[in-house]
Structure formats: structure tokens, C-alpha cells
Design a protein around this ligand. Structure first.
Ligand SMILES: [Ca+2]
Length: 116
């Protein structure tokens, strides 16, 4: 995906993220991300959230970073669960989540929630 379409996807997400209804509590990872992103302030909530996961600043998120983040934020998961979450987002199969893959997951969930 070229940089322009990533920005386009970001824009669509930011425009719709506050409008969808989510049943609480949710066990859906994408919905949990939407809830967390809503609480962020500033222009780009989604990137701020992604950068929290990317604790080593590499530009992509690995399953160990997902586990570490969830453990630190009161949603502890096993290594296997973190692996499942990561595999679900990892469209390209390179074992790391790019920002584009992260956006794609959130956009897909927003679309489903919008259609309900
Ligand atoms: Ca990383």
C-alpha cells in the first residue's frame, strides 16, 4: 500500500471511530483497540496507540510487544493468545504487524460495527 492510501485509511478511521456503538465489556481485540483509541487525544489517535505497542520503535509490532502491552495494561494474555491476535492481523505473513495491517484491522471492524 502506498503512503497516500495509508493516510486515506487513517482519515476514514478518525472520522468514524467515535460514531460506532460497542457492547461492553468486549472480548474482541479490534473493538478493544477502538475503545482505547477513542480515549487518546490529539490529531492521530490511531498512530499514538500503535506507537505504544511498538515499544522498541521498530515501526512494526511483534507478538512479544502485543503480549507485553496487554500484560502492562491489565489484560494479561498467554504467549499463544498473543500469537493468535498477531496472526489475525498479519496479512502479509511476515510475523510482524505493520501500521498498515493495524489500520486494516481497525477499519474492517469499524465497517462491521457500522453495518450492525
Ligand atoms: Ca516493534
Amino acid at each position: 500500500m502506498v503512503e497516500g492510501s495509508i493516510l486515506e485509511l487513517e482519515k476514514i478511521i478518525i472520522e468514524t471511530i467515535d460514531d460506532v456503538f460497542i457492547d461492553l465489556p468486549t472480548r474482541n481485540f479490534a473493538e478493544f483497540m477502538i475503545i482505547l483509541a477513542r480515549r487518546k487525544t490529539g490529531e492521530n489517535k490511531i498512530r499514538v496507540l500503535f506507537e505504544e505497542y511498538d515499544s522498541d520503535g521498530s515501526g512494526s509490532v511483534q507478538k512479544e510487544e502485543i503480549k507485553k502491552w496487554l500484560d502492562q495494561h491489565g489484560k494479561p494474555v498467554s504467549k499463544a493468545q498473543a500469537g493468535k491476535i498477531s496472526d489475525a492481523m498479519d496479512v502479509s505473513g511476515d510475523d510482524r504487524i505493520s501500521y498498515e495491517e493495524f489500520l486494516t484491522m481497525i477499519a474492517a471492524r469499524l465497517l462491521v460495527l457500522n453495518l450492525q
